[in-house]
Design a protein around this ligand. Structure first.
Ligand code: NAD
Length: 336
């Protein structure tokens, strides 16, 4: 049996990346659409062969409860709507896939986890890189000490943002580059080490006279200290182009640049004076299909997703500490 998904929010990521990739799935299929724009429901409904009975507006979202074809809901809305729609989906008895960032605060993340636990539904966050072969290999090599025990990680993510979008409106985004793109640097530092940071230090640089940055931050550089002594130095930016990370061990380094795009990861290993590019065969399933099928398999087999709600919550705890560190100009401890 294939797990039936309803996609909620027919914006750019949903329509260009997620919906086309159901075609490469083994355990997942697109069965319903939720949108506030009737023309989009019509256009994508026809394109994907979605019955009229399976096309919903936000006003009748809660009626998904009565549709047994829908097993899971994929929330691809602006960040501040993630918590509300995830909780309503759980209350309708549906499993939840929610885009990153999981929500806009720790409190919201905790409420989402509690709602899914109460409903007995799975909750997974759209951390697609965990299903991408080069990132999977980087995790394996870093944690196995392939270039010696890891001492330092550097991670940079940013892009020059275009004006006039919800990402620049704090009530909808919850924050600036850190919530949207810096989270890739943070998440990578956590998955490459397999550890949770115990201390954070951050500096924010935002030109408030730039009309794009009236309510959200542009650049944040942040340092994380991990329990084993590993440090991560990271960049998050809305005004410069970066996408990469480097794992530096006692004997060399693992470079990924770019590290987290939709396609085209490049890995280079430097060790013992040699520089070796690593190329992997094209995967049977790309990261998008891998992510969709992972939740489907967890539902079918009763397993816990490798990027469950707790993973989104862990990032959000660090993001709040990063904002606090930058605002108060001090190191912030994350020790329990
Ligand atoms: P988008 O602006 O293209 O789409 C958002 C959709 O939400 C639009 O269709 C819009 O009409 C709809 N919407 C519903 N209620 C709204 C409201 N009150 N205000 C504004 N829009 C409303 O954005 P996107 O790039 O598709 O991003 C959506 C989510 O997906 C975000 O959480 C983002 O972080 C995430 N995302 C993830 C990735 C990834 O690689 N994992 C990539 C892009 C976006």
């Amino acid at each position: 049996r294939k797990i039936g998904y309803a996609v909620v929010g027919l914006g750019s990521y949903a329509t260009r990346q997620i919906m086309p990739n159901f075609a490469g799935c083994e355990h997942s299929r697109l069965v319903a659409l939720v949108s506030g724009t009737p023309a989009k429901l019509e256009q994508y409904g026809e394109q994907y062969g979605i019955a009229k009975t399976h096309r919903y507006s936000y006003a009748d979202f809660d009626r998904i409860r009565d549709n047994p074809d829908i097993d899971a809901v994929y929330i691809v809305l602006p960040n501040s709507l993630h918590a509300e729609y995830s909780i309503r989906a759980a209350q309708a008895g549906k499993h939840v896939m929610c885009e990153k960032p999981m929500a806009t605060s720790v409190v919201e993340c905790e409420a989402m986890i509690a709602a899914c636990r109460k409903a007995g539904t799975k909750l997974m966050i759209g951390y697609r890189s965990r299903f991408e072969p080069y990132n999977k290999l980087a995790i394996e090599l870093a944690r196995a000490g392939h270039v010696g025990p890891t001492r330092l990680i550097t991670a940079e993510h940013g892009f020059p943002i275009q004006p006039g979008q919800w990402r620049l409106d704090k009530p909808l985004s919850g924050g600036g580059s850190m919530m949207d793109i810096g989270i890739y640097s943070l998440n990578a530092a956590r998955y490459l080490t397999g550890e949770e940071p115990v201390e954070v230090s951050a500096i924010e640089s935002t030109d408030r006279s730039d009309p794009r940055f009236r309510t959200v931050e542009d650049r944040i550089t942040f340092a994380l200290r991990f329990p084993s002594g590993i440090e991560a130095n990271c960049i998050s930016s809305y005004s410069s182009a970066h996408n990469g990370y480097r794992v530096i061990g006692t004997e060399g380094s693992i470079d990924m640049e770019p590290a987290t795009p939709y396609v085209g990861q490049v890995m280079t290993i430097r060790k013992g004076g040699r520089t070796e590019p690593r190329t992997l065969p094209a995967p049977r399933k790309n990261q998008f299909a891998g992510q969709l099928d992972h939740l489907a398999e967890c539902i079918l087999n009763g397993n816990r997703p490798i990027v469950a709600g707790e993973e989104g919550l862990a990032d959000m705890r660090v993001i709040e500490a990063i904002y606090r560190s930058a605002a108060e100009r001090r190191h912030v401890s994350l020790r329990a």
